[in-house]
Design a protein around this ligand. Structure first.
Ligand code: PGA
Length: 273
């Protein structure tokens, strides 16, 4: 991709790359999917904000589109970041029902999910569209969270790595090395999403380490090392700390368990400091 001149969002606390040492600040993100109205979003934030005042990781909330503006106003001036669940590839135009990066930025978003497994498998988004969304995110001033992961049939057939390779190649190959450090990758095995069946720590670490190896090989160490790799799939308060402690896991993408302010605050508290 051409380096985007319009990518101007300020760098978050994500990457401190002083004197050649890269520190990846943990990121704990809550993807609310099609849950919570704007009023329910406000009712979540009122008790949640005081619970995470002292939290060390970067915290990201990803509500549905209609709640973004309300959440953005409440979160302004706090450490909590806002993200969106999807975006359209074009900046504007006759695309009924679609939402552009510029609209999301105006609501206060810093991040956007691309290629979430529900977009891939329920809405049929192919890799090529995921890549265009990732580029549209950068062009519009957002950091993309590229979601990748295998189905249970693919895992059973021993195809986990080849699926990840295809998704990563399509999503990231050839992307400017200036933009790469601002990509976040979420490894979310499809069979663990919303099922209550979490990957074992060994499965999560193996996949994250494989992704880290791919990054080093394909985009090079200096561009690849700062990229954060999240684990997602039935993360809960009682399993978060062990997943977040894995050497190649830099955070979590949490669905169902992020809907409850206390439970999500407990997950945030489980991140290593
Ligand atoms: P879950 O969802 O935590 O409910 O499994 C995770 C996700 O879809 O990002």
């Amino acid at each position: 991709m051409q380096e985007s001149q319009s990518y101007t969002r300020e760098r978050g606390p994500a990457i401190l790359a002083a004197k050649g040492v890269t520190v990846r600040v943990p990121l704990v993100a809550g993807n609310w999917k099609m849950n919570k109205t704007p009023s329910e979003t406000e009712a979540f934030l009122t008790p949640f904000l005081p619970l995470v005042l002292q939290a060390k990781p970067e915290i990201l909330l990803i509500p549905a589109f209609p709640s973004l503006d309300r959440a953005g106003r409440i979160l302004r001036g706090t450490r909590i970041r806002l993200g969106a669940q999807d975006l359209h590839v074009e900046p504007r135009g006759a695309f009924t029902g679609a939402v552009s990066a510029e609209m999301l930025v105006d609501c206060g978003c810093h991040y956007v999910l691309v290629g979430h497994s529900e977009r891939r498998h329920v809405f049929g988004e192919p890799d090529e569209l995921v890549r265009r969304k990732l580029e549209a995110a950068f062009a519009g001033g957002l950091r993309p969270i590229l979601c990748v992961g295998e189905t249970i049939a693919e895992r059973r057939a021993g195809k986990t790595e080849s699926v990840l390779r295809i998704q990563l190649d399509a999503g990231l190959s050839g992307l400017s090395t200036r933009l790469l450090p601002d990509v976040v990758i979420a490894y979310e095995p499809v069979w663990a999403i919303g099922t209550g069946e979490t990957a074992t720590t060994e499965q999560a670490q193996d996949a994250a380490a494989w992704i880290r190896g791919w990054l080093h090989r394909e985009v090079g160490s200096s561009a690849g090392e700062p990229i954060r790799i999240l684990y997602g799939g039935s993360v809960k308060p009682d399993n978060a700390a062990e997943l977040l402690a894995l050497p190649d896991v830099d955070g979590a993408l949490v669905g169902g368990a992020s809907l409850d302010p206390k439970g999500f605050a407990q997950i945030v508290a489980g991140a290593p400091t």
